[in-house]
Design a protein around this ligand. Structure first.
Ligand code: EPU
Length: 420
């Protein structure tokens, strides 16, 4: 195992290029199970999670290779219907092979992903949607065993206690593409990653109306064909570099992101006194000397993303006054608070709220990465802090940030890896 060392409090400068979106790539790679024909997916980020999805596709009987940022998935014999615990438990995104397997093979046995440090993370909405399409579902020894003689179109409401679900929408949508008749998904997730999945499915021959809205209408087709496709830029990676620039007051040029996917963040930073400017597909920040505290509430898209909450909290730790974060997607996603305390932050948690009293400066410290986005928050804190920060278990970062250390070094940061 390796740890990431950061010598903080240095001015950063330069340009960073945003990679393809992890959370778009994962369901799109899973969607290749819906066809026997070859699929070529470009701009796939080289990450631990996309490597896990490649392994999973191979374990299901596909030939799946990554060359540069291009993934080629081809058939080589018959498809298997079992997604094993070892691959699903390391990455929840693996659970979205359930819908495609069921649509293609009429049966699937997929391990339940289990909880993780950001919360309980149930799959009831996935199962509700697939059941509505005519699937018999049983839970056997930690696996979802799903069978359907014929999937048939229906109307299903996929809103849950915390709003719409990204991967439940992906699973039900993919299953519906090959169902008989019309399926309407009400309260569908409208994240750009789901929109990108819809475009990929359309490129494969699927018939979907309402793309990008909370109401997806799918007319089932008999078969889908291969397709070539480009993954969208990663809005969470882009948001992380924007927050890193804001927190270190740096002049960084962020290239290749979709500004339109970042409005909730841009608006919050504007309220704090930081203007985010987009010119010719390059994002830059204009900083004001004194930042203003704000309140941030996470919501499904187009609301403020939970996947940027930890990174925003790091910025708030040095913002004068009292800032508040309310987590409405994963009410327990606050494990980073304890680590930020170790760096001198003043944060109090009350239920799903975090109350942050700005301090003058953070100090470097050894800290523990617990999940991907919490770790990204610690990287930002480490870059702002005086002295040396050691981020243990840095493999969490490798799940979702392509070439993080190289990109940071390219901006002039002093970061390096050491063996634990
Ligand atoms: N939920 C249910 N029942 C379900 C499914 C979800 O109650 O059947 C709840 C969840 O517990 C949560 C809320 O609904 O409170 C939203 O969860 P959602 O299902 O949308 O999350 P997900 O699809 O499992 C994806 C991303 C996450 C991101 C969330 C929210 C992927 C691979 N993962 O997860 O990304 O936080 O949407 O935007 O797309 C990350 O990249 O670090 C990450 C965790």
């Amino acid at each position: 195992m390796e740890k990431l060392i950061i010598e903080g409090n240095r001015p950063l400068k330069g340009e960073v290029e945003i990679s393809g979106s992890k959370n778009a790539a994962l369901p799109i790679m899973a969607a290749t199970l819906l066809t026997d024909e070859p699929c070529i997916i470009r701009r796939v980020p080289k990450l631990r999670d996309t490597m896990t999805m490649l392994k999973l596709l191979r374990s299901l009987g596909k030939r799946a290779e990554l060359s540069g940022h291009e993934v080629i998935v081809e058939s080589k014999g018959s498809l298997r219907h079992v997604a094993e615990y070892q691959l699903v438990s390391t990455m929840r995104g693996s659970f979205c092979v359930l819908g495609p397997l069921l649509a293609k093979l009429h049966k699937a046995r997929v391990s339940l992903p289990g909880g993780c440090v950001i919360g309980v993370r149930p799959v009831d909405l996935h199962l509700k949607g697939l059941h509505a399409l005519g699937t018999k579902i049983e839970i056997e020894n930690g696996y979802v065993v799903a069978t359907a003689k014929n999937l048939r179109g229906t109307s299903v409401y996929l809103g849950g206690v915390f709003g719409s679900s990204v991967l439940a929408t992906a699973n039900v949508l993919m299953a519906a593409t090959l169902a008989k008749g019309q399926t309407t998904i009400e309260s569908a997730a409208c994240e750009p990653e789901i929109e990108n999945l819809c475009y990929f499915l359309q490129a494969m021959g699927a018939q979907i109306d309402g793309v990008g809205s909370h109401r997806l209408v799918v007319s089932g087709v008999k078969r889908l064909h291969g397709a070539r496709f480009d993954i969208i830029p990663d809005r969470i990676e882009a948001g992380t570099y924007i927050l890193l620039a804001a927190a270190t007051r740096s002049d960084i040029r962020i290239k290749g992101a979709h500004y339109a996917h970042l409005w909730a963040l841009v608006d919050k930073l504007d309220q704090m006194g930081i203007r985010v400017i987009n010119q010719n597909n390059v994002i830059r920040l204009e900083h004001q000397w004194r930042l203003k505290p704000v309140g941030v509430t996470t919501h499904p898209y187009p609301g403020f993303p939970t996947d940027l909450q930890a990174q925003f909290m790091s910025l708030m730790t040095i913002t004068p006054g009292v800032s508040i974060i309310t987590e409405r997607v994963y009410p327990d996603r606050f494990i980073h608070i304890a680590e930020l305390h170790r760096m001198g932050a003043d944060i109090r948690r009350e239920g799903s709220n975090a109350i942050i009293q700005g301090v003058k400066v953070l100090h470097g410290a050894p800290v523990m990465a617990s999940d991907l986005r919490a770790s990204a928050g610690l990287v930002i804190a480490g870059l702002m802090a005086k002295g040396r920060t050691e981020i243990h278990r840095m493999y969490h970062l490798e799940r979702g940030y392509e070439n993080l250390d190289d990109k940071l070094m390219g901006l002039g940061a002093k970061v390096y890896r050491e063996k634990e």
